[in-house]
Design a protein around this ligand. Structure first.
Ligand code: ATP
Ligand code: GLA
Ligand code: MG
Length: 531
């Protein structure tokens, strides 16, 4: 294992946390819950944090870089393995997540999620962890399972999560990664690298029918205190930690996260929201490729081409230039600017097509029958739509990816010239332009989310945008430590108290998070023991 391939750490003290006392009290309560419920002592603790994405949304599944950071809120699991049992028992401190019990396949096969017949619950997300952990063990530590003849060990886990669910801060990735770590530990996997853990968990949610990209898991796993992350997908998926510039001796750059308290459950709304974007962007990539006679690698989550794939093939196969390695920011900026001009040409999208595509029209442009189109694009994941907004989605992806690279440029400039203040204005402007794109081209914002942005911008935010999937969830604001109190005050009065008149102090505290970049996924040992 090299320096570039660090292993998921095991901490023997809680000093990695920004609030060790709180973490300790949560762990103690969780151990107590485990002990009372299961009449036994747990053996290990796994933990994985939520994330906030600062710039670059709905582009990770098109393989363009994004800039998220792990945050203080997390999911912790305390567990114990039962090698003589096939039973999995899960309990949770949140009463909404009722206790769950199920049985592992006795023949050593990987468990399946029967989405048609079994009732969907949080156990389904745990099963996602079981599937990826089991496959990883079979591929890398087969002797632990008698080369697949032996089933996984039975297991009991108690969970506690502080990432709001459906709040845009990726509680699902935090939960899936913490579950995967618990399952690996329960089956005696000695250690796992961050790279491998990321690689195996990025597909977790696909098993519950949500075709997410890899940003959330990568941010949760690679997070480092005081650092944000550049997450790259090509040539390999990796998180590179970096620091933001300092502003002045008396003021620091700060990010504020405000939960709109409009829940957005990805699994339920996938056919009209998240998965539909994955489908539209995949069709968009194939349509662009068709215009230039290109055959793209089928690397999207629906086995179509991807928009990164089109950009790369257009440059190598049409313009005969070298492939973009993803590192040279200037090359990336130039290519994205050019492709944004390309899609404005009437031979690429006509004025009518810019309004939307019917299935019949999209099939005709692609030179296939409507039936072939439906089989290729509309059956792998269920989607519902009136028209396919291919031009808007393609434009959003290329413009948003350009914004990420422009942010990196600003960051480089500010670090080189010690110009933190200029960075605030420049990055804030890019964040605001991203929000406009999410609203107008990707249609993943709404009136209330736009209102939060407007209140914030009038009260000390340099840039405010939806973070994560959208259609509810949270807004991230760029501000400074000096402006933070005024910003919180304005959002409390003008959004929360106006929108939710009975809101309690406790609820407000949970909804408004001044979060520093936090440490990523880990195991925790206390006093040299697993517990
Ligand atoms: P986003 O994906 O927009 O960032 P999110 O990840 O919070 O938001 P979803 O993707 O809809 O929202 O995932 C929420 C689901 O994740 C929950 O319904 C539950 O199944 C699972 N989950 C999240 N946190 C926990 C937890 N602490 N305990 C059990 N299950 C959890
Ligand atoms: C969700 C997904 C991510 C990403 C964002 C939007 O959080 O899990 O993979 O696509 O939406 O950027
Ligand atoms: Mg999620």
């Amino acid at each position: 294992m090299t320096i570039e391939d660090p292993i998921v750490p095991t901490f023997e003290s809680l000093s990695f946390s920004s609030n060790p006392q709180l973490l300790e009290s949560r762990i103690k309560k969780l151990i107590e819950k485990f002990t009372i419920n299961f009449k036994d002592e747990p053996e290990f603790i796994s933990r994985s944090p939520g994330r906030v994405n600062l710039i670059g949304d709905h582009i990770d599944y098109n393989f363009f870089p994004v800039l998220p950071m792990a945050i203080d809120v997390d999911v912790i699991g305390v567990g114990k393995s039962y090698p003589d049992s096939l039973e999995v028992q899960l309990i949770n401190t949140d009463e909404a997540f009722t206790p769950q019990t199920f049985v592992l396949p006795a023949d050593g096969s990987v468990i399946e999620i029967d989405s048609e017949n079994e009732s969907f619950s949080w156990a389904s997300y745990f099963k996602c962890g079981l599937i990826v952990a089991h496959k990883y063990i079979l591929e890398n530590h087969a002797h632990l399972l008698d080369s697949g003849k032996k089933p996984l060990n039975g297991l009991k886990v108690a969970f506690d999560g502080t990432v709001p669910t459906g709040g845009g801060l990726s509680s699902s990735a935090a939960f899936c990664v913490a579950s995967t770590l618990a399952i690996l530990k329960a089956n005696n996997v000695p250690q796992i690298s961050k790279k491998d853990l990321t690689r195996i968990t990025v597909v977790c949610e696909h098993y519950v029918g949500v075709n997410t990209g890899g940003m959330d898991q990568c941010a949760s796993i690679y997070g480092e205190a005081s650092k944000a992350l550049l997450v790259k997908f090509k040539p390999n998926l990796i998180g590179v930690p970096f620091k933001f510039p300092s502003i002045s001796d008396s003021e620091e750059l700060a990010f504020l996260i405000t939960n709109s308290l409009q829940k957005s459950n990805k699994h339920e709304t996938a056919p009209i929201h998240y998965n539909l974007r994955v489908v539209e962007m995949g069709i968009g990539a194939d349509l662009l490729a068709h215009k230039f006679g290109l055959t793209l690698p089928k690397d999207s989550n629906i086995k179509s081409g991807s928009l990164r794939g089109f950009l790369d093939s257009y440059y190598t196969d049409v313009l005969h230039e070298k492939p973009w390695d993803g590192n040279d920011v200037d090359v990336g900026v130039a290519r994205l600017e050019q492709v944004l001009k390309l899609i404005e040409k009437p031979e690429i999208f006509t004025a009518e097509e810019k309004v939307g595509f019917s299935v019949d029209h999209a099939s005709q442009v692609l030179g296939i029958t409507s039936q072939q189109f439906t089989e290729t694009y509309l059956t792998k994941v269920p989607v519902r739509f009136e028209v396919l907004k291919l031009y808007q989605r393609v434009k959003h992806v290329y413009a948003e990816s350009l914004k990420v690279l422009q942010s990196l440029r600003e960051l480089e400039k500010a670090n080189a010239n010690n110009e933190g203040e200029k960075f605030l204005t420049a990055f804030g402007k890019i964040m605001n332009e991203s929000q406009t794109s999410l609203d107008e081209l990707n249609n993943s914002s709404n009136e209330k989310l736009n209102e939060i942005c407007a209140i914030a911008l009038a009260n000390g935010s340099y840039g405010s945008r939806i973070t994560g999937a959208g259609w509810g969830g949270s807004i991230v604001h760029l501000t400074t430590t000096k402006k933070l109190p005024g910003l919180i005050e304005a959002l409390t009065e003008k959004y929360y108290k106006a929108e939710f008149p009975g809101i309690t102090e406790e609820e407000l505290k949970e909804a408004i998070v001044d979060s520093k970049p936090a440490t990523g996924s880990c195991y925790i040992k206390i006093d040299g023991k697993w517990l």
